[in-house]
Design a protein around this ligand. Structure first.
Ligand code: KIV
Length: 290
């Protein structure tokens, strides 16, 4: 039996078959960690399209519509040019394609940093237009006031500390964080600040393992690692990276498949069959009714 849901294209909403499980909520994700401990790590992957969401949904707890879509989908150099409209279009598609996972949508660079009020306006639009359950934003202590402002007004926030790709120009690159005492202290401090501000979970990206472990042990909210540690309360990866869509991936990515090779071989066969008129055959052509 297929584990994916069927899209009923005659309506604007996807019709699930089999009947989906209840969608996970922010409190359930938050309470996955009890008394500072997580029994079974949370599973999170990025998703950008409805069909991708359908395929991932049954296996994941959280689907992140990451601003990494700038590079993965749009071929941009960084996440900086990603717009609110891009996030909304992809966020709505992922919500339509999923029934079980909590859907979190990234706030893009420039859309939330200016003030808590500006952040609220953008986050409320993202939630209203997509139907997602929460937003994610990058930054630790500097964003604490904004996180408190949003959470007190009905917008659940997942925070993101350590290597924050939207700050690539300040950080000077995408290298792992936490190698100096100053960076170590900053990451720990940022984690505590976003927790105290009301974030329900925090992504720790590209931090050296001892700090990822210390952060996970010190916080009450789930710490979701990427390039961090297996000791974190959950893991996230960019789906296209772990499926092997790209030749170059960061060191922390495990490639579970080589989808690029599968596509290359398949399309080569298609091209060959078109050029030799082997495709289409009688099976794929319409004939007059007898
Ligand atoms: O944008 C993204 O995909 C992310 C993950 C890598 C955590 O923020």
């Amino acid at each position: 039996m297929s584990t994916t849901f069927q899209l009923n294209t005659s309506t604007s909403r996807a019709t699930p078959t089999p009947k989906p499980r209840k969608r996970l909520t922010v409190p359930r994700i938050r309470d996955h960690k009890q008394d500072g401990k997580t029994k079974e790590p949370l599973v999170m992957l990025t998703a950008y399209t409805a069909r991708q969401a359908q395929l991932l949904d049954t296996h994941c707890d959280i689907l992140l519509v990451g601003d990494s879509l700038g590079q993965v989908i749009y071929g941009l150099d960084s996440t900086l040019p990603v717009t609110v409209d891009m996030m909304i279009n992809h966020g709505a598609a992922v919500v339509r394609g999923s029934y079980h996972s909590l859907v979190v949508v990234d706030m893009p660079f420039g859309a939330y940093e200016a003030s808590p009020e500006k952040a609220f306006e953008v986050a409320a639009k993202i939630m209203a237009d997509t139907g997602c359950a929460a937003v994610k934003l990058e930054g630790g202590e500097a964003m604490a006031e904004t996180i408190a402002f949003l959470t007190q007004r009905g917008i659940p926030v997942m925070a993101h500390v350590g290597l924050t790709p939207q700050a690539v120009n300040v950080l000077g690159g995408y290298a792992a964080r936490g190698r100096s005492q100053e960076e170590h202290e900053k990451i720990m401090h940022d984690g505590k600040a976003v927790q105290d501000a009301g974030a329900f979970a925090v992504v720790a990206e590209g931090v050296i393992e001892p700090i990822a472990i210390a952060l996970t042990q010190s916080l009450e909210i789930p710490v979701i690692g990427i390039g961090a540690s297996a000791e974190c309360d959950g893991q996230v990866l960019v789906t296209e990276d772990m499926l092997g869509m790209f030749e170059r991936v960061p060191r922390f990515v495990k490639r579970y498949e080589n989808i690029a090779e599968v596509i290359d071989k398949t399309v080569a066969q298609y091209a060959d069959e078109v050029r030799t008129r082997a495709f289409p055959t009688a099976d794929q052509t319409y004939q007059p009714k007898k």
